[in-house]
Design a protein around this ligand. Structure first.
Ligand code: NI
Length: 169
């Protein structure tokens, strides 16, 4: 089932999500729905709060269907190591049409649980490192625009306000 993506302004995006404790069929179905919703929205990462579900769950596929082995399910993820530096533009399905340059670590290790509840660690570089940080941020109620200058952030917020008023957000 494809869920619509929650946009900036909805409080669910700015509150910390809840830890997942039940690793059941319902969770499996939610993960399937999240991949489906992410691909439908042409994204390479999606966090559960972005479909209105405040749970610590994110899905990532930086290859966008190229490599089935690149599909990652991150349940209760935590960043346990960061190294180096990369600059690059970043966007978010919840803040459509906007992109900004964001400095992030170049190599990132995440520790998370899989669908069986088993803990694993995964190290990613470049785009994957960026996705780990961006999606884990979502689960803390944090958006990528918190990493840009206040000036640029205010500009984006003002433009979004206008779009909301015009009924285009
Ligand atoms: Ni995002």
């Amino acid at each position: 089932m494809i869920h619509s993506i929650v946009k900036f302004g909805d409080p669910v995006l700015e509150k910390p999500a809840e830890t997942i404790t039940r690793f059941d069929d319902e969770l499996k179905k939610l993960v399937e729905d999240m991949f489906e919703s992410m691909y439908a929205a042409r994204g390479v990462g999606l966090a559960a709060p972005q479909i209105g579900i405040s749970k610590r769950l994110a899905v990532v596929d930086v290859t966008f269907k190229e490599d089935p082995g690149a599909k990652l399910v991150l349940i209760n993820p935590e960043i346990i190591h960061k190294e180096g530096r990369q600059r690059g533009t970043e966007g978010c399905l919840s803040i459509p049409e906007f992109r900004e340059e964001v400095t992030r670590a170049k190599t990132v290790t995440v520790r998370a649980q899989d669908l069986a509840g088993k803990f694993f660690e995964h190290t990613g570089e470049d785009l994957l490192a960026r996705a780990f940080l961006h999606e884990t941020d979502h689960l803390h109620g944090k958006l990528y625009i918190s990493h840009i200058s206040a000036l640029k952030r205010d500009l984006i917020k003002r433009r979004i306000k206008k779009l909301v008023k015009a009924g285009e957000w």
